[in-house]
Design a protein around this ligand. Structure first.
Ligand code: ADP
Ligand code: MG
Length: 628
């Protein structure tokens, strides 16, 4: 028979894993020491899982003394971090240590590769990603993980130099749990030192709820941390840096929390929440698979970080913990979803988060808007999905105002309405730049009317549902029909009344040339500097919405637009007199170009590019001919 160490299986890292390792090792260089935080955090997670399993799975025995032990061997230059947690079997080693299967990995690599920036911003990026276990390779020649899964008798050893792959072989271990041994690089021998390690444990892992011990000899050990769950302390006793380090540890991040909410709720359901809103968004914020990372504890026993019902999707960026005595420890994770206590906690979390955000907004708009830039898009999903909370969510929503060129709330907008204005005007576009230069905006600008510029796809969805705010209807200015005549012009140059009758022939002519492409031609009441634009019917689909439908379904054909022409524009005036004189040779080309140009401003490409360019050439040519 083969001895236990005889069969070694070689595995190659997946392509991405190797790349990430390289990047991590090189970029995080100045932050090497965080490897200790990451390994301790993993050990603590493993202890959490073991505790949970021993209460639900008869095969898994509990350990009476969950702990993390750190030791070093100066002669061999090794540092070992051990836990008696849940352990890993062979398959799990391949799965958990051999691949970086996180969502957002590809994005992350691309961003990192393309960022020529300073070290600082790279670190911020890596912080969003979280390097976890792989941080060990920053300080190690090679890493050996020896583990025995709780409830089994077999132990395995995983070993790698962090470059191309890893080996797995059978091993021996008397008890369940994991031991990670780092063969430190020469330049990193400082991490063999008890004083150094004890300092780092205090700095990063003091609040880990299990004792972290330094093994001084085979029999003597010293506890390095205070080993109480931070959320069980009173907020008064907790320093800001304690919160930050706890936040960084649970999220594997480097940033500061934007907001920390720590409180105890007593009532029908008792629970403690320690929640954080990050100051920078995670890379996978818009990954459809992304779930909230809130950890649920029952009386300090970790239950799950995968309980969808604890927070709504539109708050999925919140990190932290919830601890309650009011859920039965034996409840299966599936049943958690329907648990009434969980539903109550969720309600209370939403209420608390919204009210704290509102306070923040009232206190400091600039600060709040930093948060809004990161997470506003996610919050607005709630306006669409969460009818129960819509009324509260809308109060903290911020919108870009075309008049102020800054963010404001809907109430601010209403307060700034002009006399006689009874609608909330908005314009949707892909980007702010596109919105700001849109011809639709011209007339509103000239009258001093404010328009909300919306650039998030979700806006197309919640606005139709909400349809009005405080009695003021939302009105898309890309849908024609706004009558701006009742508002005075701010530049004082009141335009003379246009005699619509004088343009009848022109309108008919253009309509004829554009037959089938548009639904009709009419004089614009909103254009000031552009000659033409396309608008949707008053009860038609908003242009931006239509574009989105098209991108999802190439078969989708929008409804034809109305072409609005500007009777005060020189081009339109000239065309009008030419046509009146009966000279219509150029009318077709100009009509088509007016249409194409309006389409281009909507971000669309003219359908027949060759014809478009021939036409443009002809018109340019004729303009030059008249000059030579
Ligand atoms: P994360 O902790 O965010 O899942 P890591 O890279 O830190 O990512 O760890 C990867 C995985 O390796 C963990 O999810 C876990 O399954 C496994 N793992 C790492 N360390 C341990 C340990 N001490 N005991 C058991 N499993 C571990
Ligand atoms: Mg981890």
């Amino acid at each position: 028979m083969e001895g236990p160490k005889m069969s070694v299986k070689n595995h190659k890292f997946e392509a991405d894993t190797g790349k990430i390792l390289d990047i991590v090792i090189n970029s995080l260089y100045s932050q090497k020491e965080i490897f200790i935080r990451e390994l301790i955090s993993n050990a603590s997670d493993a202890l959490d899982k073991r505790r949970y399993l021993s209460s639900t799975d008869a095969n898994v025995s509990s350990t009476d003394a969950s702990k993390i032990i750190i030791s070093s061997n100066k002669k061999d230059k090794t540092l070992t971090i051990s836990d008696n947690g849940v352990g890993l079997d062979e398959e799990e080693m391949i799965e958990a240590l051999g691949t970086i299967a996180r969502s957002g990995t590809k994005d992350f690599i691309e961003k990192l590769n393309s960022s020529k920036d300073k070290e600082g911003s790279k670190i911020a990026l890596i912080g969003k990603f979280g390097v976890g276990f792989y941080s060990a390779f920053m300080v190690s020649e090679n890493v050996t993980v020896t583990s025995r899964k709780a409830g089994t008798d077999d132990a395995f050893e995983w070993k790698s130099d962090g470059h191309t792959g890893y080996d797995i072989s059978r091993s021996n271990k008397d008890t369940a749990g994991t031991s990670i041994t780092l063969n430190l690089k020469k330049e990193d021998k400082e991490f063999l030192d008890e004083v150094r390690i004890s300092h780092l444990v205090k700095k990063y892992s003091d609040h880990i709820s299990y004792p972290i011990e330094w093994l001084e000899s085979d029999t003597v050990s010293r506890v390095l941390n205070s080993a109480t769950a931070i959320w069980t302390k009173s907020p008064k006793e907790i320093k800001e840096e304690d919160y930050k380090s706890f936040y960084n540890q649970i999220g594997g991040s480097f940033d500061e929390p934007f907001m920390t909410l720590h409180n105890k709720t007593e009532g029908v359901i008792d629970f403690t929440q320690l929640l954080f809103i990050p100051s920078s968004p995670p890379l996978d914020l818009f990954d459809p698979e992304r779930k909230s990372k809130l950890k649920l504890y029952i009386n300090r026993v970790f239950i799950t970080d995968d309980c969808d019902d604890l927070v709504p999707k539109w708050l999925r960026f919140i990190k932290g913990i919830v601890d309650t005595p009011d859920v039965d420890l034996n409840v299966s994770r599936e049943m958690l979803q329907k648990n009434p206590a969980v539903a109550k906690i969720r309600k209370s979390i939403i209420r608390k988060v919204l009210s704290e955000l509102k306070k923040k907004l009232e206190k400091n708009k600039e600060e709040f808007d930093k948060f809004w830039l990161n997470f506003g898009r996610v919050i607005k999903e709630g306006m669409y999905e969460d009818s129960e909370n819509r009324g509260k969510i809308v109060e903290i929503c911020r919108f870009h105002s075309s008049r102020e060129n800054s963010h404001l709330s809907l109430q601010d907008y209403i307060n700034g309405m002009l006399e006689g204005q009874d609608q909330i005007y908005y314009l949707s576009a892909e980007t702010l730049a596109k919105a700001e230069t849109s011809p639709h905006l011209e007339g509103f600008k000239s009258k001093g009317l404010d328009v909300l510029l919306l650039t998030d796809p979700i806006d197309e969805f919640w606005i139709p549902i909400m349809s009005e705010y405080n009695g003021k209807k939302f009105t898309s200015i890309s849908r024609g029909g706004a009558d701006l005549d009742k508002f005075g012009s701010i530049d004082k140059k009141e335009k003379k009344e246009v005699d619509a009758g004088k343009f009848e022939k022109l309108i008919e002519k253009i309509g004829h040339h554009l037959e089938g492409k548009i639904s009709k031609v009419r004089l614009s009441k909103t254009l000031t500097s552009s000659p033409s634009c396309l608008v949707a019917d008053e009860d038609g689909m908003d242009i931006q919405m239509e574009k989105m439908m098209m991108s999802h379904n190439p078969e989708f054909k929008g409804s034809p637009r109305i072409l609005e022409i500007n009777p005060n524009h020189r081009l339109i005036k000239s065309l009008n007199s030419i046509i009146k004189k009966g000279d219509s040779s150029i009318a077709e080309d100009v009509s088509m170009l007016l249409f194409d140009q309006a389409q281009i401003l909507e971000g669309k490409t003219p359908e027949e590019l060759i014809t478009f360019s021939q036409r443009l050439t002809r018109v340019m040519q004729s303009c030059l001919t008249s000059k030579v």
